[in-house]
Design a protein around this ligand. Structure first.
Ligand code: UD1
Length: 420
């Protein structure tokens, strides 16, 4: 298992380019199942989660061809519409094959994902969506077995107690594109990734309006054709670099990003005294001293993303004053706080709120990554800390960041991957 060794205290300076969004790429790859024609996804990041999705598609019988960062997917012929536990347990987003497989074959089995380090991750809204379209769903031996002779459009409310679901919105949208008649998804997630998938489906011939708003209308079509698509930039990777610039008191220009997807994040950085200048596809982030304490509350888009909560908790651990971070999406997503405290942070957790008493400096330590974004938070803490930090279990990080160390080194970071 690889680990990172970081010698902290060096301000990051320079330019860094963000990759395309993992959370758009994964459903886009699954959407290719909806057509017998070849689909092409361009500029795909080399991520473990992408590899897992491609393995899943291959196990279904799809032909996958990868040339550099371009992936060609051809889901023609006889396929085996099943997502086995062995793959789903590695990556929850495997559930994205549920909607397309059901729409195309009328019968599929997808393993239930089970537990997750950031708390319960139910799939009731995914099932609500496909059931509303006429699917019969049974849970058998740890698998979702969904069947429908033909899907029928319907109007449904997909918002759950924690708000809208990105996954359920995309899954239901992918199932509805081939359903008979009109589907209206109320309480839909508005995340940019939902819009990106809707755009790809539209290129394939789907009839979708309202993506990016809480009401999405889909008029079913008979079949979809192949299409070519370049996913949106990764707003979470961009936000991670912004936090890295701020925590190291550096000056970093983040290029190839979509600043309009990061409004809530930019607002919080500016509130904390960090200079941020946004261009069309770039962000300049510069910090001269410690940030000021701020209050952050995670929320569905366009609110502050839960996927940047851990990174900003790391940043606020060295703020002047006491900050609070309230996690409203995944309530127990706080394991990184215990590791940050081992590095000298002073964070108390009460319920779904972290109270962060800012300290002057963090101290290097050996810490353990618990999930993808928690790993990123520990890297940021290590970059800012005095002395050496060693981060174990960085396989979590490789799921969603492409060789993060290779992007940080040119900015002046002293970070090394150690394989054992
Ligand atoms: C996606 C992202 C993840 C991000 C999350 C929230 C991918 C691959 N992952 O995950 O990185 O943190 O959005 O922005 O894109 N919920 C239910 N029932 C369901 C589904 C969800 O109650 O059937 C709840 C969840 O527990 C959570 C909330 O709804 O509290 C939002 O989750 P959701 O948007 O579905 O997250 P994912 O799509 O799994």
């Amino acid at each position: 298992m690889d680990r990172f060794r970081i010698r902290g205290g060096k301000p990051l300076r320079g330019e860094v380019r963000v990759a395309r969004a993992k959370n758009a790429v994964l459903p886009l790859l699954a959407a290719a199942l909806l057509s017998e024609d070849t689909c092409v996804i361009e500029d795909v990041p080399f991520l473990d989660d992408v590899v897992t999705m491609l393995k899943l598609l291959e196990s279904i019988g799809v032909s996958v061809e990868m040339k550099g960062r371009t992936i060609k997917i051809s889901a023609a012929g006889r396929l085996n519409p099943e997502a086995p536990y062995d793959i789903v347990r590695k990556m929850r987003a495997s559930y994205y094959v549920l909607g397309p497989l059901l729409a195309r074959f009328g019968d599929c089995r997808v393993s239930l994902p089970g537990g997750c380090a950031i708390g319960p991750r139910p799939v009731d809204l995914h099932l609500k969506g496909i059931t509303a379209l006429g699917a019969r769903v049974k849970i058998e031996k740890g698998y979702i077995h969904a069947r429908a002779r033909s899907l029928r459009g319907n109007t449904m409310m997909l918002e759950g107690q924690k708000g809208p679901s990105v996954g359920a919105t995309i899954n239901t949208m992918m199932a509805a594109v081939l359903a008979r008649g009109e589907t209206v998804i109320e309480g839909a997630a508005c995340e940019p990734e939902v819009v990106d998938v809707a755009q790809f489906l539209s290129k394939m011939g789907a009839d979708i309006t309202g993506a990016g708003t809480p009401t999405i209308t889909i008029r079913g079509v008979k079949e979809l054709r192949g299409a070519r698509h370049k996913p949106i930039p990764d707003r979470i990777e961009a936000g991670t670099f912004a936090a890295a610039a701020a925590i190291t008191r550096g000056r970093v220009e983040i290029i190839g990003c979509e600043p309009r997807h990061l409004t809530a994040v930019i607002t919080k950085l500016q509130e904390s005294g960090v200079r941020v200048e946004a261009g069309v596809d770039r962000l300049l982030v510069e910090a001269r001293g410690r940030p000021q304490a701020v209050k952050i509350s995670t929320a569905p888009y366009p609110g502050f993303p839960t996927d940047l909560q851990a990174q900003f908790t790391a940043l606020l651990s060295i703020a002047q004053g006491t900050s609070t971070v309230t996690e409203n999406i995944f309530e127990s997503r706080f394991l990184h706080c215990l590791e940050l405290n081992r590095m000298g942070a002073l964070i108390d957790i009460t319920g779904n709120m972290a109270v962060i008493h800012g300290v002057e400096r963090l101290e290097g330590a050996q810490v353990m990554a618990s999930d993808l974004r928690a790993s990123a938070a520990l890297v940021l803490a290590g970059l800012a800390a005095r002395g050496q930090t060693e981060i174990l279990r960085i396989y979590h990080l490789d799921r969603g960041y492409e060789r993060l160390e290779n992007k940080l080194k040119p900015l002046g970071a002293d970070i090394r991957r150690v394989s054992s």
